[in-house]
Design a protein around this ligand. Structure first.
Ligand SMILES: [Zn+2]
Length: 325
């Protein structure tokens, strides 16, 4: 792999020397000679180059097509029908509008955020995703798509979403797109900036983890909330069970991860807070938007169990009956 790149750069150097006047493409960079940053911290003497930049030629061979839904929204894909493309663009634009209606941050990205554009990288199906995504983007393939925020404070950064088509739709497109919007308008810094306990790729956040509470309840819950708003049958069918106190959900993390707790109960927690405790949400966000995560943690600790009984009372008002088996 590395040898091939080196060879290419020698060949193009030869071309440049022999042909001074012609316009030419820049010579490929030999990344084997560069000390690359590992994780989201770029140390002295290291360079940050994400996998999708290093592997851009390989990616282009598979994801050969591009469509711009808007100046800030690009679909890069392997194979999509015209109607898939149209529907996906509409979904993204509708979600973006909804997000801005909720938070009123349009045109006001966070300080030091250069993620003006989101590119969704869409494989033709689950098999192609599993086959390519790890080589292309250095991410695990055991998931339904991932948002890769990169290092938003760096000017050469790009925000990427990796996904695949399932039944003619881009799987999880909406939820992941909300992560992009949350990262650009609500949550300061890169993925490793807020406190959390996830040390996996592609971010490889440094260990050990800061103390909880983390921001997972908010990030994942908001993804589901803005994606589905009031139409979230699977979450609302769980509501009547009152499985968790709100104060427990604030402590969602990678260690206690399960689909219902993180996504459905996360949704219920965020929806309750947005509908009934908006002042508290705004106070929390005022610190999160500045990257003052220790203040965020203090606020959540101060909330303690104060909203637990109101949360359970509210669950009764939104709960719907379970499907009969
Ligand atoms: Zn998510």
């Amino acid at each position: 792999m590395m040898k091939k790149i080196l060879l290419l750069s020698i060949v193009s150097a030869g071309l440049i020397a022999g042909c001074q006047t012609t316009q030419h493409a820049p010579a490929p960079i030999d990344y084997s000679t560069i000390k690359l940053a590992k994780g989201n911290i770029v140390k002295e003497g290291e360079t940050y180059v994400p996998a999708w930049v290093i592997n851009k030629d390989q990616i282009k061979q598979v994801l050969a097509f591009e469509h711009h839904c808007a100046d800030n929204l690009v679909l890069r894909y392997q194979k999509m029908s015209a109607s898939d493309i149209e529907e996906s663009c509409k979904l993204l634009k509708d979600t973006e509008e909804r997000f801005h209606q909720l938070f009123n941050r349009k045109g006001k990205p966070l300080l030091h955020d250069n993620n003006d554009v989101l590119r969704a990288n869409i494989y033709a199906g689950r098999d192609d995703y599993v086959k390519y995504v790890t080589d292309h983007f250095d991410v695990p393939s055991n998931n339904g798509g991932m948002y890769l925020e990169g290092l938003p404070h760096m000017e050469n950064n790009s925000a990427e979403y990796v996904a695949y088509l399932r039944n003619g739709k881009v799987w999880n497109l909406n939820h992941e797109f909300v992560h992009y919007l949350d990262g650009r308008f609500n949550t300061y810094g890169d993925y490793c900036s807020p406190p959390h306990d996830n040390h996996y790729g592609p971010e490889y956040c440094p260990t050990p983890a800061p103390e909880p509470p983390y921001l997972i309840w908010w990030g994942e819950g908001l993804g589901e909330y803005v994606a589905h708003m009031n139409d979230n049958k699977r979450a609302l069918q769980l509501a009547g069970d009152k499985t968790y106190q709100l104060s427990e959900l604030f402590y969602n993390n990678s260690a206690n991860w399960d689909t219902n707790r993180i996504y459905r109960w996360g949704y219920l927690a965020v929806r309750y807070m947005m509908e009934n405790q908006r002042d508290k949400v705004e106070e929390m966000l005022s610190h999160v938007r500045r990257g003052d995560y220790s203040r965020y943690q203090k606020i959540v600790k101060d909330w303690g169990t104060s909203m637990d009984s109101d949360f359970h009372a509210w669950l009764d008002t939104v709960a719907i009956a379970k499907d009969k088996k």
